[in-house]
Ligand binder design. Structure first.
Ligand code: SF4
Length: 363
């Protein structure tokens, strides 16, 4: 469970945003190389503007590992800060400005639940060699379990490579926590639908018959991203009718019904590159978090970039990293006080690193 966010002084919450921004800029200069600020692509602009490095969660953790800044503020969510803590050196402290910034998808698979499901699945098909694969959007405790059972982490960029590796190691893949990344990747690899089963949390044998579990090549945990699940096939149909020049690109955390109707799909990095490399005058509807879509629209005024959904899908937990919380964390660092440090105990980190290193070897 994520720790509790301490209360912060009201002035960080109530001061006009321009005052907070000016104070962050002043602190940033004062802290110099003692501090590295990492920002995920889904961060709001008022925070993102202070990023030293930007990227997806794994890219940021790996970049931070190559630096020697003693303080790292991770403007992202809890599992990202954990990964950064595990990949950086002992002299580096990783701070999450608001501890309430968790990932609902990661929270849908606790290590205890996964362990119990693993045992049930193994009992349902005792002759099969099962290989666990966890999406990077999972807790360190889940990654630890996967590492110790011979499995690997994957990201939305390398999920296919990791699944191909997993099938070279065993008969069946148990994939968590994102059902949709697992399904989209499995179908793209040509695995037939009848060999892909959903593991429903809280139901005996995940709601499956023993025969269905024995037949399955891929067993998918039924977790999902609350942001990407909001995109619907009707949104794709809307844009197709409205604009014949539209190109639709979505994230693989979207349900398959949306992915199969899109022109392309891929990780945040792939979405960014596709739009960057498209010719001036291109029209895009993008199925991912709204802060990234807005930034892409601002960065490419020569192109039309819209959200695929009219409802502006926002990651509300990522949005908790407001400028006031960033300033609060920086003020504490300036005083040498450690607040909101994210650490992973060495025993857990050891297994989790095995799963992360396996992924790095594969990809
Ligand atoms: S966008 Fe989805 S997967 Fe990413 S942090 Fe938010 S809830 Fe989690």
């Amino acid at each position: 469970m994520n720790p509790i966010q301490p209360e912060i002084d009201e002035r960080y919450l109530n001061a006009p945003e321009e005052e907070i921004i000016a104070a962050i800029a002043a602190r940033r200069g004062e802290l110099g190389d003692r501090l590295l600020i990492l920002c995920h692509h889904y961060q709001q602009e008022a925070v993102f503007r202070f990023a030293d490095l930007t990227g997806d969660s794994l890219k940021l953790a790996r970049l931070a590992a190559g630096r020697d800044n003693p303080w790292i503020i991770f403007c992202g969510v809890h599992f990202m800060a954990e990964t950064a803590d595990m990949l950086t050196g002992p002299g580096q402290k990783v701070i999450l400005p608001d501890l309430r910034a968790g990932c609902p998808m990661a929270d849908m698979a606790t290590a205890d639940e996964v362990e119990e499901a693993w045992e049930d699945l193994a009992a349902a098909d005792p002759d099969a060699k099962i290989v666990p694969v966890t999406y990077v959007n999972s807790s360190a405790a889940v990654k630890n379990l996967v590492g110790r059972r011979g499995g690997s982490v994957c990201t939305s960029s390398n999920a296919r490579q990791v699944l191909e590796w997993a099938f070279s190691q065993g008969d069946k893949v148990f994939f968590f926590p994102d059902e949709h990344l697992g399904r989209n990747t499995s179908l793209a690899m040509g695995i037939p639908e009848e060999k892909i089963v959903r593991w429903r949390r809280g139901e005996a044998d995940g709601g499956n018959s023993a025969a269905a579990l024995r037949r399955a090549r891929v067993v998918l945990w039924d977790g999902y991203c609350t942001v990407h699940m909001q995109f619907q096939p009707a949104h794709v149909e809307y844009w197709r009718k409205k604009d014949p020049r539209i190109r639709i690109i979505v994230h693989p955390e979207c349900r398959h019904e949306v992915v199969r109707l899109a022109d392309d799909y891929g990780s945040t990095e792939r979405i960014i590159t596709a739009i960057e490399e498209s010719p001036a005058g291109s029209h895009w509807a993008v199925g991912t978090e709204i802060n990234l879509v807005k930034r892409l629209a601002d960065l490419h005024p020569d192109k039309e970039v819209h959200s695929l959904s009219p409802f502006q899908c926002l990651c509300s937990t990522m949005y908790r990293i407001k400028p006031g919380y960033l300033l609060w964390a920086m003020d504490n660092i300036a005083r040498g006080e450690e607040v909101n440090r994210i650490t992973v105990d060495e025993e857990t980190a050891k297994g989790a690193r095995m799963a992360l290193e396996r992924m790095l070897e594969i990809s």
